[in-house]
Design a protein. Structure first.
Length: 255
């Protein structure tokens, strides 16, 4: 059962990383802006956790090795002193058997303790990996929204200049107001992705968190896409022939 749970957890975490990496690509694509992000170095907690696991395994091997070495030394001493101490062959046999049994039990306890420590570290490691990828994903969505907000600001500035030239930009103003409302929704939906992450526990809880994250990603993606399309409509409405023309005056010339 324990092995099965570990396999389930491994599958779920693998799915989590795949989902988050896919969501990262979607965030950049939806914004319509190619924004390569350099690979980050592995976070210190992950490196420390891996080192802790290696250290536990090394310590386990050394402890078990020392335990059996001690047993061999004790058995040798029992046999060497058997004659001088007047012990019978049966007594020596029972005594050496007790030493071996104790060594085996101590080694078993050491392995069990190490296994439990490693399992706890591996769970923490999976959780750390999940959160690392999750944070990257959230940052990409935030960056996508911020790029669109900067674009909206530039569009607003351009609209003012056209209006100063006497153009009727009411239609574009309507599109821009709609885009800004959708941008506000996109920012809220992006924040909801982080809230959906929550805390992670066992495999069942990871699955529940993944389902929340999956839904939050889908909603945020749709919101960002809607805001992007609204800004495109605004820009298209500002093109020559689609926006209001400046007022013109007719000069009369005398013959």
């Amino acid at each position: 059962m324990a092995i099965q749970n570990k396999r389930i957890t491994a599958v779920v975490v693998t799915a989590a990383v795949s989902l988050l990496l896919a969501g990262t690509a979607l965030a950049a694509d939806t914004a319509g802006v190619a924004s390569p992000v350099p690979a980050r170095p592995k976070s210190q907690p992950v490196r420390e956790l891996r080192k802790d696991i290696r250290d536990i395994r090394v310590e386990r091997r050394e402890t078990v090795k020392d335990e059996f070495q001690k047993a061999r030394t004790d058995i040798k001493a029992i046999r060497e002193t058997a004659t001088s101490s007047g012990k019978t062959r049966e007594a020596v046999r029972l005594e050496t058997k007790a030493v071996r049994t104790e060594a085996k039990q101590n080694s078993k306890d050491t392995r069990t303790e190490a296994r439990e420590k490693i399992a706890a570290k591996q769970t923490e490691l999976r959780r750390s990996r999940f959160h690392r990828e999750f944070e990257r994903l959230h940052e990409r969505f935030v960056a996508a929204v911020e790029r669109l907000e900067r674009l909206a600001t530039r569009i607003e500035s351009r609209l003012r200049k056209l209006e100063e030239q006497g153009r009727d930009m009411s239609a574009s103003r309507t599109h821009l107001a709609d885009a800004q409302a959708k941008l506000s929704q996109a920012r809220n939906d992006t924040a909801a992705i982080k809230t959906a992450g929550g805390s992670l526990g066992g495999a069942a809880q990871i699955e529940a968190v993944l389902e929340r994250v999956r839904n939050a990603i889908k909603t945020a993606k749709e919101s960002v896409k809607a805001a992007h399309e609204a800004l495109i409509d605004t820009v298209n409405g500002m093109k020559p022939g689609r926006s209001g023309s400046p007022a013109t005056t007719t000069e009369s010339t005398g013959n």
